[in-house]
Design a protein around this ligand. Structure first.
Ligand code: HEC
Length: 251
């Protein structure tokens, strides 16, 4: 019994270590790969604003177009800028060594990023840029201190004048008792084209897309899993009956 308890404790320890993993507080983001509209908007953002620097070279354009139900011609016309064919991998022509010189670090491939860091982290990171004159590019990030990436979405979000509120609990209005979701950024040094909530939604879509790309068969796997469970349940009945039949005469 004691052995069993020891075993259990050691089995649980690594998981506790993960949960305790420190770092900045994050906003939570639960992806939904069945929301095709969100994934389509995310794909558009990703190709327009990220692929200039980041590749997604473990994904293929065609697969993305099919999974997201975007017609192939439409995808080719609007979402491939490199002249690549629809069947090719989502590479770009950024030279990694030169990029490392420019930004201090090369922009990593983002195919598996959502699995590497988790969707909470990515969602918070994308909304975490703020003005910081001490940095070479004039911006810093609350989730990734001293980040080398420029704030490429400044045209949409604007530039937050101070550290944005990421990972803070929503406060309760003392008068009405309503839950108040404070805007991520209270003061802007530069105004963007989107409002706070609009930008949050856009980053939700983008994170959703990155999450889909890191695990494109999630929906299919879950659907199959259900069939497997149903099969096992039905099979169990027959296995049980057969077992009874075999043992019927053994006393
Ligand atoms: C101008 C080039 C450039 C563009 C455009 C760009 N990034 Fe980056 N990104 C970088 C660089 C450089 C880094 C590495 C930063 C570092 O390590 O300090 C980076 C890092 C990241 C990271 C963190 C990687 C990690 O785990 O360390 C994520 C996530 C990311 N970018 C997402 C995006 C997304 C999403 C977009 C599109 C909205 C985007 N980036 C657009 C240059 C860019």
């Amino acid at each position: 019994m004691r052995k069993l308890i020891f075993g259990l404790v050691f089995a649980i320890l690594p998981a506790m270590g993960l949960a305790a993993g420190g770092g900045a507080a994050l906003d939570s983001m639960e992806p939904d790969h069945t929301n095709k509209e969100s994934l389509q908007r995310g794909a558009a953002l990703f190709t327009n604003y990220c692929m200039g620097c980041h590749s997604a070279e473990y994904a293929r354009y065609k697969r993305v177009a099919e999974d997201l139900e975007i017609p192939i011609e439409l995808y080719e016309e609007n979402l491939i800028f490199t002249g690549a064919k629809i069947g090719e991998l989502m590479k770009n022509s950024m030279n990694k060594d030169m990029a490392a010189d420019w930004f201090g670090a090369p922009p990593p491939d983002l195919t598996l990023e959502a699995r590497l860091r988790g969707t909470d982290w990515v969602y918070s990171y994308l909304r975490g840029f703020y003005k910081d004159e001490s940095r070479p590019l004039g911006v810093n990030n609350v989730v990734f201190d001293k980040v080398g990436m420029p704030h490429v979405l400044v045209g949409l979000q604007g530039l937050c004048a101070e550290k944005p509120h990421i990972g803070t609990e929503p406060s309760i209005d003392p008068l009405s008792g309503n839950v108040m979701h404070s805007d991520v950024c209270a003061n802007y040094a530069i105004e963007g084209s989107m409002s706070g909530p609009e930008f949050d939604q856009a980053m939700w879509d983008l994170t959703n897309f990155l999450s889909y790309m890191a695990d494109p068969i999630k929906v299919e796997r879950e659907r199959l899993g259900l069939f497997v469970l149903i099969f096992v349940a039905i099979f169990f009945v027959f296995a049980y009956l057969l077992n009874r039949e075999y043992w019927k005469d053994v006393h």
